[in-house]
Design a protein around this ligand. Structure first.
Ligand code: UDX
Length: 458
């Protein structure tokens, strides 16, 4: 078992640290925020993530994980130091590497024995070469330090599971020594490992994320066309999904992708290409489609209602996806200000994201509009003139079509997540608008379609 230090206790660092402890390694997580460190020591997770808090408590009690602000003592005799600090997007779309540089400098000044530095943060291709050089330049003791790339592929909401049961682990190294250490670190996970060079590992991360973003944008593009020609995107997606080359995942059309990765990583890769004199047209197209998609329903509703001024607007779901309290790049952040600007009286519901949203848009008067946070869907819908669905939380999916008809003043629903069947909503008397499907006033000719695979009888 190895002695590991982890720099940064955000999604990437904390989840990695906890999972390494869970498989038996000795882990120290480092963060500059003393309050956060004390919170973690007391067994509380600073982020909302399934299973994380339980594993933090279990491994802390077993003495396998600790938290500190004292990076020197954590780094000085570590076998491996994982860097999981943020690489936020800069105004030009490139990644801000200042946090990585700060940690690299601290490592160089602290390490007193040979050690592998493993970069988990998403960094532009070639960054790890620079990090290694940077550490060499500032190294205080006469020890060997190499840098390896080990990108993570965790999705928020299932981060612990995604790490412990990853479909593949990517390790990018420039020496056998580094590869052996990483193999040893991952040995107790019993997962498939792909060992490549450092630059390829860095590229695998971007290429994977951007491919998924492209897949979503492609489906959104097709969905927009479906609406115009009278096809149904969900049936189309289902029909496509039986081709194993396409697969069934990430085919859901909606109000675009959000979160901390896809928006940032698409822009970063496009930027990397630009810096190298190349135009990455496919990724640029994915970004363009996504930008248009986020406010698609708002624009549609604006035409239908003329104005939102004084209307009671129910907003169901604020986070960028269910299972997280994260609002980064969420469609709600674009749509709610547009509604408030028009003087809407918003009643917003989100089972975990409301608190974070209220930090941006406090309850009460908001410009020309007003916002109230409610604790259940019914309160949001009661007497509403229109409803927007931005996140497919289980609590929202559980609402029966009839509830919109009974509770709302006008049963007018704009669903950005295609939660309901168009026919069911029509049957319940709801004017239902969704993405890539027949609009409320032009509901399908056939009442119900069967897109399950059938065997043709001879
Ligand atoms: C993603 C990747 O899945 C993960 O591998 C990577 O490490 C980080 O980025 P995450 O951002 O947590 O993870 O969420 P994900 O579940 O991938 O969803 C991203 C966005 O795409 C969400 O806004 C989601 O609603 C949207 N999405 C996803 C769709 O619109 N349609 C889909 O079919 C799937």
């Amino acid at each position: 078992m190895y002695k590991i230090a982890v720099a940064g206790t955000g999604y990437v660092g904390l989840v990695a640290g906890v999972c390494f402890a869970e498989v038996g390694h000795q882990v120290t997580c480092v963060d500059i925020d003393e309050d956060k460190v004390n919170l973690m020591k007391s067994g509380v997770s600073p982020i909302y993530e399934a299973d994380l808090q339980e594993l933090m408590q279990k491994n802390y009690a077993a003495g396998r994980i600790d938290y500190t602000t004292d990076y020197q003592s954590a780094y000085k005799d570590a076998d491996a130091i994982f860097i999981g600090v943020g690489t936020p997007e800069q105004p030009d779309g490139s990644a801000n590497l200042s946090y990585i540089a700060t940690v690299a400098r601290q490592i160089a000044e602290s390490v007193e024995k040979d050690c592998l530095v493993v970069v988990k943060s998403t960094v532009p291709v070639g960054t790890n070469d620079k990090v290694e050089q940077f550490i060499q330049d500032f190294l205080v003791h006469d020890v060997k330090v190499e840098v390896a790339s080990n990108p993570e592929f965790l999705a928020q909401g299932s981060a612990v599971h995604d790490t412990l049961y990853a479909e593949r682990v990517i390790i990018g190294t420039e020496s056998e020594w580094a590869e052996d250490i990483l193999m040893g670190l991952y040995e107790p996970f019993h997962l498939p490992v792909v060992a490549v060079n450092r630059r390829s590992a860095e590229m695998i991360k971007y290429a994977s994320n951007d491919f998924l973003a492209l897949k979503i944008s492609y489906m959104n593009d097709i969905a927009n066309l479906c609406e115009l020609v009278g096809a149904d995107i969900q049936d189309v997606a289902k029909g496509m999904s039986y081709d194993e080359r396409i697969g069934s995942k990430f085919l859901n059309a909606g109000i675009g992708y959000g979160g901390s990765c896809f928006p940032k990583d698409t822009k970063a890769l496009e930027n990397l290409a630009k810096q190298n004199g190349y135009e990455l047209k496919t990724v640029k197209a994915a970004i363009d489609v996504n930008n248009g998609q986020k406010t698609k329903l708002y624009k549609k509703a604006s035409k239908r209602l003329i104005t939102f001024n004084g209307l009671k607007v129910a907003v169901l779901g604020l986070t960028f996806k269910p299972g997280t309290d994260d609002l980064r790049e969420a469609a709600s952040l674009e749509n709610v200000p547009l509604l408030l600007e028009q003087g809407a009286d918003i009643y917003a519901y989100d089972p975990v994201g409301a608190e974070n949203f209220a930090k941006v848009h406090p309850a009460g008067e908001n410009g020309k509009g007003h916002i109230t946070y409610v604790s259940n869907v019914e309160e949001a819908l009661e007497g509403a003139n229109v409803c927007f669905i931005f996140t497919e939380w289980g609590e929202v999916k559980a609402v029966l079509p009839e509830a919109y008809k009974t509770l709302m003043r006008t049963p007018l629903v704009y669903d950005g997540r295609n939660i309901y069947s168009v026919d069911e909503m029509k049957a319940a008397g709801v004017e239902y608008h969704s993405i890539g499907r027949a609009p409320a006033d032009r509901v399908s000719v056939k009442e119900s379609k069967n897109v399950e695979l059938q065997t043709v009888k001879s």
